[in-house]
Design a protein around this ligand. Structure first.
Ligand SMILES: Cc1cc2nc3c(=O)[nH]c(=O)nc-3n(C[C@H](O)[C@H](O)[C@H](O)COP(=O)(O)O)c2cc1C
Length: 191
């Protein structure tokens, strides 16, 4: 089994990284030998979609940057987890740029009638958000974006988790109950 953890934070040694490590540890310890890869999306050269229309015709993105290998990784992964801090009530700009580049998947499904991921693929997509405050609507905004990503990829959104009141870098380590919730989510992903 393959698992992909997509981290939206640009802050190394921050809360998202710690959550990602916890998730990776729990998934890798599973008896099914899950091959778990973490990707810091903000570290990559991923240019914004230019709405050129190329993918509408061929179902592929014309921009040759570090996004290209990620298409294959997403197609091949059995478990995909987005981990993002809340920025201005949403996911980070870096993660949104990554998501917008999935327009070829939208085009393949809705315009070319040839979805890249067939219905019933059993791909498990999940979302963890981390926010300094405790407003639920921040999370709802983020969840809706990932929901739309899932719809375009022809998969359903699985378990989600919103970790609240976590602000300064590594604050989550002082809140073991919150990290326990990450372990519980890992269990749901491998059931
Ligand atoms: C640019 C920016 C915008 C933010 N916007 C919000 C926000 O709208 N709501 C909130 O609760 N926290 C907000 N925060 C706080 C982060 O969500 C919080 O610090 C989080 O723990 C960062 O995760 P990280 O350590 O993984 O980077 C913001 C932080 C930054 C840097």
């Amino acid at each position: 089994m393959k698992s992909l953890i997509l981290i939206g934070s640009p802050r190394k040694h921050g809360n998202s990284g710690i959550v990602a490590n916890e998730l990776q540890e729990k998934l890798s310890a599973h008896k099914n030998n899950i091959d778990c890869e973490k990707i810091w999306v903000a570290d990559l050269d991923i240019r914004p979609c230019t709405a050129c229309g190329y993918c509408d015709k061929v179902g592929k993105c014309i921009i040759k940057d570090e996004m290209q290998p990620l298409y294959t990784k997403v197609e091949e992964a059995d478990i995909i987890t987005f981990i993002s801090p809340i920025y201005f009530g949403s996911i980070t700009a870096q993660l949104k740029t990554f998501i917008d580049r999935f327009q070829p998947f939208y085009a393949s499904k809705f315009l070319l009638n040839n979805p890249k991921i067939k219905k019933g693929s059993n791909k498990n997509v999940s979302l963890i958000t981390i926010s300094g405050m405790d407003r639920d609507y921040f999370f709802r905004n983020a969840q809706e974006i990932i929901n739309i990503f899932c719809m375009n990829l022809n998969v359903d959104l699985g378990p989600t988790l919103h970790l609240k009141n976590i602000d300064y870098a590594s604050e989550i380590t002082e809140k073991p109950d919150q990290l326990n919730k990450v372990s519980e989510l890992a269990q749901l992903l491998i059931q």
